[in-house]
Design a protein around this ligand. Structure first.
Ligand SMILES: C[S@@+](CC[C@H](N)C(=O)[O-])C[C@H]1O[C@@H](n2cnc3c(N)ncnc32)[C@H](O)[C@@H]1O
Length: 317
């Protein structure tokens, strides 16, 4: 794949800009830039390895704050130079205090190629059961026996992130109690790692799964389709939730506001007796989130934590 073109607009902040102003500003910038070919906002002076620079969507979830300091400038990245020009004009007419540069081209380093060197097989274990998430270009390990190959592209879901691992650990814990044949929903599928990982585990345990990947980003959904072919699995693909359909196991690894927005449809999608695993919740907010998400017919089984992240497992009654 050819490296993507990138142009960045540099925004110089007034000296002693407070952290609150900065946060508000980055929210406004992201909102405005998202109307164009926005690729990302760099707000931290961080020394990152090439592999971390291309985590793409995954970056949003990684807490970069521990790794760097606030930079004097912000950089806003666009795929098209013309978008950078319009964005710079819009922003400078709205906020006069900012010094905004004309868009500059970023060197065309093939970050994907660089990053591939660093992506290693991830193993998720729960008791004696385990799943290996293997980069598409590597050989699966001899143990654990179940493995899934992933070509991430720009989609989230390499198995390196805690929110993904927490989901698969919950699956390893709960799915053995389900019958021999069941339906599974992967809401916010990204690379499809959860559905495809579950299918690999089911193939080992003799369970038969019919799985649907729901992903609102068409590029990520296409990536999930490619990964399904790579693993020779039949995976349903959809940009939207199919209302009225029921699943014995539901994964939803999306940010907390999206989980709350889909609170009712996610519960409805879960078959009575089935499991609903929510991830993408900040650990510090997990208890409050559980209260907000709770609804009649759902029993909270556990809150699991890893680093800054938490997942909640529910059972539908
Ligand atoms: C954190 S990633 C999870 C990827 C993968 N399931 C994993 O666990 O690694 C969340 C994904 O949800 C998708 N998403 C966000 N809002 C969504 C929505 N309303 N409907 C479907 N997908 C959504 C995003 O595009 C992103 O790919």
């Amino acid at each position: 794949m050819k490296p993507k073109a990138s142009f960045y607009v540099k925004i110089k902040l007034p000296p002693a800009t407070s952290a609150e102003t900065r946060e508000a500003l980055s929210e406004i910038i992201t909102r405005v830039a998202s109307r164009f070919s926005f690729q990302g906002l760099e707000d931290w002076a961080i020394t990152l390895g090439a592999h971390e620079k291309v985590l793409g969507a995954e970056r949003e979830f990684h807490d970069l704050r521990g790794k760097g300091t606030l930079s004097e400038d912000m950089r806003v990245y666009f795929a098209k130079k013309a978008d950078g020009v319009i964005f710079a004009k819009l922003l400078s007419s709205a906020i006069g205090d900012l010094k905004i540069s004309a868009p500059r081209a970023l060197g065309k380093t093939d970050w994907m190629k660089e990053w591939r060197k660093h992506y290693r097989t991830q193993v998720i274990r729960q008791g004696r059961a385990g799943l290996a998430i293997v980069p598409a270009w590597k050989k699966p390990p001899a143990s654990p026996k179940a493995s899934v190959k992933i070509w991430p592209g720009q989609a989230f879901g390499t198995g390196t992130h805690a929110t993904t691992r927490l989901c698969l650990e919950a699956y390893l814990r709960e799915a053995p109690s389900l019958g021999n044949k069941f339906n599974l929903l992967d809401f916010g599928a990204g690379t499809g790692v959860l559905a495809l990982g579950a299918m690999a585990l089911a193939a080992q345990s003799g369970q038969k799964i019919s799985a649907l990947a729901v992903e609102s980003d068409p590029e990520a959904l296409a990536q999930a389709g490619k990964n399904a072919r790579l693993n020779r699995r039949k995976l349903g693909l959809s940009l939207k939730l199919h209302r009225g359909e029921k699943y014995e196991f539901v994964f939803a690894n999306v940010l907390a506001p999206v989980l709350l927005k889909f609170r009712k449809p996610l519960k409805d999608a879960c078959q009575p007796g089935g499991f609903l695993v929510l991830s993408g919740i900040l650990s510090a907010e997990a208890d409050r989130f559980a209260e907000e998400f709770h609804q009649k017919g759902l029993e909270l089984l556990s809150i699991e934590r890893e680093g800054d992240w938490a997942s909640l497992s529910w059972r539908r009654r």
